[in-house]
Design a protein around this ligand. Sequence first.
Ligand SMILES: *Cc1c(COP(=O)(O)O)cnc(C)c1O
Length: 387
Amino acid sequence: MSGKPATPAARLKPATLAAQAAGAIDPASGGVVPAIHPATTFVRDTDYVPTVDGNVYARSHAPNARLVEDLLAQLEGAQEALVFPSGMAAVAAVFRTLPAGAVVLVQSQIYWGTTAWIRDFCTRRDVRLVEVDSSDTDAFAQACAQERPALAWVETPSNPWLRITDLAACAEAVHAAGGLLVADMTTATPVLTQALSFGADLVMHSATKGLNGHSDVLAGALACADANSAIWAAIRTDRDTAGAVLGPFEAWLLLRGMRTLPLRMERMSANALRLAHQLSDHPQVEAVLYPGLTDHPGHSLAARQMQGGYGPLLSFVVKGGAQAALRATSRLQLFHRATSLGGVESLVEHRHTIEPHTGIPEGLLRVSVGIEAVEDLWDDLAQALGQ
Ligand SMILES: *Cc1c(COP(=O)(O)O)cnc(C)c1O
């Protein structure tokens, strides 16, 4: 009765799975979209058996969240997925599984919120944190061999540097050291990269970004290669008992957003690539960081690891430093000056203002390219930069 499909549709392509929300309908009404289930508690029959799907209480049994998890697991090729009330709640769920005294390897210069939280958590919990540039596979492998981490955390493409990490090589290195690989795939989404197929043990998403795609839901997700693994059991128990669950309305909106995920990623990637090329030719632009450009250091790896495009995120450095970058930003009329990424509307951010001490070039602008007509986006960028 949860609206789950009767037969798993693993053979179907992502666009089909997503558009049909992996078969989710409302069996009670026959509606082609699932209902929202706000109930926090569920009835038992006269023999004291839960009447539907084992549902007892909403912290453990959330029908709307389950539909999202089912769809995400299929898109990722995962055994199971779990949703959380934010991306950071998903990050925290992974790190809370670590025993005191553990060693973790975390990619340097990734999403700042992740770095800041992990640094603080590791200090408080007596977990030894080693930060390494995982886009340098040799450095990553050497760190694995030396430190023997319980867990390694990477993000590809990384935000906002757009570095590309070799998932298969990193999985091999960390597995050889006895640890697990977790990949934050927020920017790529499973449409562009299925990290588990490259050997990652867990995938993490800020579903707030591309998965939902409409800048109106805060959510996170994890998906696993092995639902019987100790870490997955610990994460599942932690969510049930500590209660970081996604509400039914948010889950319903997220499932709705995910129906168009493949279409949006295709359009955003095409728009971003076109803008990356045009920015590269612009006299006011010093550098463009986008893995779709053939001169990007991670291009050939990205071409193997990503399919159907290079994602919505691109950064470029404006000549003239912070002042010139902020001046260009102030002139933009279509791009919203706002943080976040992966929404249908284009956004621009001056990251140096937000994280001034992390080595971000002062003239760097990070752009999340939306699904608008690319000609309009280019006209806006060109007038803002000055021809
Ligand atoms: C936004 C983001 C997060 C954090 O997710 P929230 O949903 O904001 O909690 C983690 N990783 C990356 C790459 C992100 O962009």
